[in-house]
Design a protein around this ligand. Structure first.
Ligand code: MRU
Length: 337
């Protein structure tokens, strides 16, 4: 399986997700500013992967001897929606404060070790999500997914794709429909690529085909990832997720969200207060630099939407499966250790 991100002696090495699937190139970030840029430009993307990158960015900043507050603020300003970014920075920040008074070399080594630990933990968390979610996947059917919630969006294995991988490993005869996920095409470029590498039968569909197939009787369940989950179970995920959830409910198909506890934001009562990133209109009006709309036309580009909890059949995390009422079930899982 692909190595999404790694700490090496020469810096933080990431596979460049803007070039996939045409080219497999790796980028080495040697400074925290380069990590911030990689997150902003989506060289690395996906909530848990962004968290790991931010933790490694903080460690690089400490190694460089940069001002700690500036490092944390710069990394926190890269993307607003995925809460894993802020979770990881807070974890690194708490450690840094606890180390004050120690020798500089000890502080640097401890910060690097913590960032590496977050990466290793994330892989184990995804595997646990896979184990918890696998029993929910019906045998002999197609699983529909949106965006990329796979190995590329995490430190490895994936959340939604972790559930699919676990179902395949358990011997279930399933295949996958991957929404292409306009405008950034994470489904067509990334999900299709990594499932093909694993030999899991995958069909790419354009986003507007989802309703047709959800009505066809072929889809057994929908599994997606998440960028932030509010206390009431509202889920922010890639733009287009909400439409898929409504169509799934209309057709009586279970809609599952797979995400680590670090994606829960129980400080927010509902999804209404989740900040939604607005990206450049060029991503909508252009495809790989080629204009597909009239010059100077206005375009909107919210990168995420919020699926109301009433459309979410269950939320699968590393500690178990939460079902409605989510206020209670998410709190219990967040507190469980
Ligand atoms: O803009 P992106 O590509 O970072 O958005 C990613 C998603 O919305 C994923 O579905 C989500 O982060 C879950 S990743 C395990």
């Amino acid at each position: 399986m692909v190595e999404t991100i790694q700490w090496t002696d020469s810096g933080v090495v990431m596979i460049d997700q803007t070039r996939l699937p045409r080219e497999q190139q790796f980028v080495t970030c040697r400074t925290y500013l380069e990590v911030a840029d990689a997150i902003k430009t989506m060289v690395i993307r996906g909530a848990p992967a962004i968290g790991v990158a931010a933790a490694m960015g903080v460690a690089l900043g400490v190694q460089e001897g940069a001002d700690f507050d500036t490092v944390c603020k710069t990394l926190a300003a890269t993307r607003p929606t995925a809460v894993n970014l802020f979770w990881a920075i807070k974890r690194m920040r708490d450690l840094w404060f606890s180390l004050q008074g120690a020798a500089r070399e000890e502080i640097v080594q401890s910060m690097i070790s913590e960032a590496q630990k977050i990466r290793i933990e994330d892989i184990a968390i995804c595997q646990a999500i896979g184990r918890n979610g696998e029993p929910l996947v019906p045998d002999g059917k197609t699983v529909l997914t949106h965006c990329n919630a796979g190995a590329l969006a995490t430190a490895g294995y994936g959340t939604a794709l972790g559930v699919i991988r676990a179902a395949v490993s358990a011997g279930k005869k399933i295949d996958v429909f991957a929404d292409e996920t306009r405008p950034f095409l994470q489904g067509a470029r990334l999900t299709a690529w990594e499932l093909q590498q694993d030999g899991i039968a995958t069909t790419v569909i354009t986003d507007n085909m989802a309703g047709h197939f959800l009505h066809s009787g072929r889809i057994g369940c929908v599994v997606v990832g998440a960028d932030r989950i509010a206390a009431n179970g509202d889920v922010a995920n890639k733009i287009g997720t909400y439409s898929v959830a409504v169509l799934a409910k209309e057709n009586g198909i279970p809609f599952y969200v797979a995400a680590p506890v670090s994606t829960f934001d129980l400080t927010l009562a509902s999804g209404d207060s989740i900040p939604i990133e607005e990206r450049s209109p060029d991503e909508v009006t252009h495809v790989f630099g080629v204009p597909v709309a009239p010059e100077a036309i206005a375009a909107a580009n919210p990168a995420f939407d919020v699926t109301p909890a009433r459309y979410v059949t269950a939320i699968i995390c590393e500690r178990g499966v939460a079902r409605p009422p989510y206020e209670e079930s998410l709190r219990k899982l967040a507190q469980a250790c």
